[in-house]
Structure formats: structure tokens, C-alpha cells
Write a protein that binds this ligand. Structure first.
Ligand code: 5CA
Length: 438
């Protein structure tokens, strides 16, 4: 991508409406633009990051055995009346009427819609287990939308729904998602702590929130300090019994505010840490709550019809963009982990128009593109200082700076955004450094 032909409306001033770093940086880096309260347009740079995050989520859902579908944003009121949630959901649900005066709603979640799909097609336990997911926009008319896309009204969610014959099967499905979440977040450079949580309007018996630590988080979290040393890198096979692994993670006391009770907390004060965190995922097991209300039954091995056991599993895909920035930035701007960076590397031509700089930059760019390193070339006619500051602001993990002085000596400067470390090397060495690691 050529920056001279790109749409990157960076802001020089710090936007006053933004209270937290991620909101401020997303606006300054030209990633999003507010449309109305809690509703945003995603500009090219933001859209690239959103897509990269969604791709990681999709790959890990697929790997766990879940199947991707796509359900609509607008749902008929009838299915919500069947489950009993049409009235319960209250003012957070955006209700609309179509031209025939039929009641519709913009989906805040999809338990009813997916249960309707299931009951239309599945009759026998032999079709189970089944896990269907989609990545789709949701709308919740939050009382206080804030922090940019972190608590939006319209937001992108991955929601998966599992169907099993009995509670044991449902537990296996729950464990698969639990493990898949740890893998998903780890690939984004995040340490996510699973915490026992309340089930809220989704309902059910068992639930875990996945929380990343950040000072600006909205939840208070309590956990044993050993959590920060937990080994998330273990290789896990989805066909193995996941219960011991899940038990290992849930045995280290970790509770969100509403579940922490100082009177019964098993952790000594000296080992207990209290920090603030951001909820990036939430999983629920709710048994037959929706299947019984909506008649989603299958015949079991004994020929008798039973309602299926279900769970639902959400990841805040758009919230993750902000969450990753909260976890990874400095006073110069965003520091993207390689896996979700909008571009893998920026070639900064300090002197466009200079024949030597132009041809060296172009050749580097072509080779990086051929090697699949997702390069951006800054070929704008701007001051060198402004160009370097812009690359730091938008957080490109590697920067290769091509300038006339370096060219005289046959070198370019390679900078790693995360550490700030710079090295002067030949263009060949620069390619090897960047391509080996990104
Ligand atoms: N049906 C269930 C699971 S699929 C469900 O809706 N769960 S949820 O309400 O916990 O939402 C799932 C995830 O969506 C949350 O963990 C959070 O990361 C994200 N999310 C929820 N509300 C918002 C919001 N207003 N803005 C941005 N992300 C949100």
C-alpha cells in the first residue's frame, strides 16, 4: 500500500471527548469516526485491524470444531416472545416496525435465532454435538456508551452456540470453547484471565468472563498472584479430555467483582491481587433454558424426545481492537502485536523524488510484498520527523527508514516499534530481519 494514495486522516490534536488511551489513539490514528453516540464508522486502518482480529477468532473457532454461519442483524419479535425475553430485555433492545407493522428488533444476541434454526432441522441426537457461530454486528442501546468502541451501542461480536444431548456433552463443548478462547487471545499477544462470573440476561448455571488487565477496565478483578505466571503455551489437543486443563485454570482463584467475597476468599491477603480489567469474552452454559421454551428437542438413544443442552460463547471482536491498544501503547502511540498489525512493516522514504531513495524504497517494498510481509510505503512529501511520528502513532511493528545519508553508505535503518531499538544494516539484512519475525 502507498501512503500517498491511502486514506489515513491522522489528527494532530488530542481529541477532547476521549477519556482513555485506546479511544484517543484510535481517533488520532484515523481508525474510526463517530457517527452517533456509541456508533462508529471504521476507516481503512481500523478496518484492517478489525479484520485481522476477526480472522484469528475465526481460525480458532474453526479449529475447535465450530461451524461458521451468518445470521441476520434484524430479527422477528416472535422468537423472543417465545423465549420470554422480548419483554425482559427492556430499553437496551432496539425495537423497530417494518412496513407491514410487524415487530422486529436489531439483535443484541442470537440465542433465539440459532435455536430456531436448530429446531427446524435437527431431530436426532445423532446430529450432535453441534456448535454454530457467526461474526455479526449487534446493537444494545447502552445507557452510557463510552470509551469509543469499547462500550459501543453497535459492536461486532463473535457468538457461538453449542447443542448437546446432555449436561456432560455440554460441559465438553464448554471446555472446548474455554481452551479456544485462551488460544485466541494468546495469539493476539494478550493474557486473558478466565473468571467465574454472573450470567446476567443470558441466564444459566455456569459462566466465565475472560478479562485482560488494564487500568482503565470497567471490572474489578481479584486473583492469586500466580496467575501472572500461568503457562498458557501448553499444546492442547481438542480430542483429549480438557477437564484437567480447565480445572488447572479455574483452580487458581479468580473472580470478577460481583463474585468476589472477602469472607470466603481462599487466597491469603499477601497473595491476592486486585486490579482492573476489560471483559473481552464471556461464555455461558444454560442447559435447556431456550430449547425447552422453544421446543428444540431431539430423540435420544432410547427414542425419547428431550430438549437439547445449550451454551453460548461471545467474544467482543470490535472491543478487542481497543483492548489490545490499552494493553500495548506508549506516549508516542499504538504498539501493535505483529499478529493484528494493520501493516507488518513500513518502508519510510525520507526523500521522495531522490532517485536513489526512490528506487531502494521501491525495491524493498516489492520484496517485502512478495515475501507476504504486508508492507506499507510512506512515499508522502512530508517532513521526515512527521513521517516517523506518524508511523509510531499508527504502531507499525517494523519500520525501515531509507534516507540519502544512509544510501551513501549502503545502509537503511531498521526500527522495532515495541522496543524502540534501531539498527543500521544493508537492505538485504533488513529484509531478513523483518521477514524472519513478522
Ligand atoms: N450471547 C452471549 C454469548 S454469545 C452474549 O451476548 N454475551 S455477552 O453479553 O457477554 O457479550 C459477549 C461479549 O461482547 C462481551 O464479553 C464483550 O466483549 C462484548 N460486548 C458486550 N457488550 C458490548 C458493548 N456494548 N460494546 C462492545 N463490546 C461489547
Amino acid at each position: 500500500m502507498r501512503l500517498s494514495q491511502y486514506f489515513l486522516p491522522v489528527l494532530k490534536e488530542t481529541p477532547k471527548e476521549a477519556q482513555i488511551a485506546s479511544h484517543r489513539l484510535m481517533l488520532r490514528a484515523g481508525m474510526i469516526q463517530q457517527s452517533s453516540a456509541g456508533i462508529y464508522s471504521w476507516l481503512p486502518l481500523g478496518k484492517r485491524v478489525l479484520d485481522k482480529i476477526a480472522t484469528i477468532v475465526r481460525e480458532e473457532q474453526d479449529r475447535s470444531g465450530a461451524l461458521e454461519i451468518l445470521m441476520p442483524t434484524l430479527q422477528p419479535a416472535e422468537i423472543w416472545q417465545e423465549s420470554g425475553r422480548y419483554d425482559d430485555y427492556g430499553a437496551e433492545m432496539l425495537r423497530v416496525k417494518d412496513r407491514h407493522d410487524r415487530d422486529m428488533l436489531y439483535g443484541p444476541t442470537n440465542e433465539e435465532q440459532v435455536t430456531d434454526i436448530f429446531r427446524s432441522h435437527v431431530r436426532s441426537y445423532k446430529a450432535l454435538p453441534l456448535n454454530l457461530y457467526h461474526i455479526q454486528w449487534k446493537f444494545r442501546d447502552e445507557v452510557r456508551p463510552r470509551f469509543g468502541i469499547m462500550r459501543g451501542r453497535e459492536f461486532l461480536m463473535k457468538d457461538a452456540y453449542s447443542f448437546d444431548l446432555d449436561a456432560d456433552g455440554a460441559r465438553t463443548a464448554y471446555n472446548k470453547m474455554f481452551v479456544s478462547y485462551l488460544k485466541t487471545f494468546e495469539r493476539m499477544g494478550l493474557t486473558a484471565i478466565p473468571m467465574e462470573a454472573d450470567t446476567g440476561p443470558i441466564g444459566g448455571d455456569m459462566s466465565h468472563e475472560f478479562i485482560i488487565l488494564a487500568e482503565t477496565g470497567e471490572s474489578d478483578v481479584y486473583f492469586h498472584k500466580d496467575w501472572l505466571k500461568a503457562d498458557l503455551l501448553a499444546e492442547i489437543d481438542y480430542d483429549a479430555d480438557l477437564q484437567p486443563f480447565v480445572d488447572k485454570f479455574t483452580s487458581i482463584y479468580a473472580r470478577a467483582d460481583e463474585k468476589h467475597d472477602p469472607a470466603t476468599c481462599p487466597v491469603d491477603d499477601a497473595d491476592l491481587m486486585t486490579l482492573r480489567g476489560i471483559e473481552i469474552g464471556h461464555i455461558f452454559y444454560f442447559g435447556t433454558k431456550y430449547s425447552a421454551a422453544m421446543g428444540a428437542v431431539v430423540s435420544g438413544p432410547d427414542g425419547k424426545n428431550v430438549p437439547v443442552h445449550m451454551g453460548s460463547y461471545g467474544i467482543g471482536v470490535s472491543r478487542l481492537v481497543g483492548g489490545i491498544i490499552e494493553a500495548s501503547h506508549d506516549d508516542k502511540g499504538i504498539i501493535w502485536p505483529d499478529s493484528v498489525a494493520p501493516f507488518g512493516v513500513a518502508v519510510v522514504n525520507l526523500k521522495p523524488g531522490d532517485a536513489v531513495c526512490d528506487s531502494a524504497s521501491q525495491s524493498l517494498y516489492d520484496q517485502l510484498a512478495a515475501a507476504g510481509c504486508d508492507p506499507l510505503i510512506d512515499d508522502r512529501d512530508e517532513r521526515p520527523g512527521a513521517k516517523l511520528a506518524a508511523m509510531d502513532l499508527i504502531g507499525i511493528p517494523w519500520q525501515i527508514v531509507v534516507g540519502p545519508r544512509g544510501m551513501d553508505n549502503g545502509v537503511v535503518e531498521v526500527k522495532r516499534r515495541k522496543t524502540g531499538e534501531t539498527r543500521e544494516v544493508s537492505t538485504e539484512a533488513a529484509l531478513t530481519m523483518v521477514c524472519a519475525k513478522s
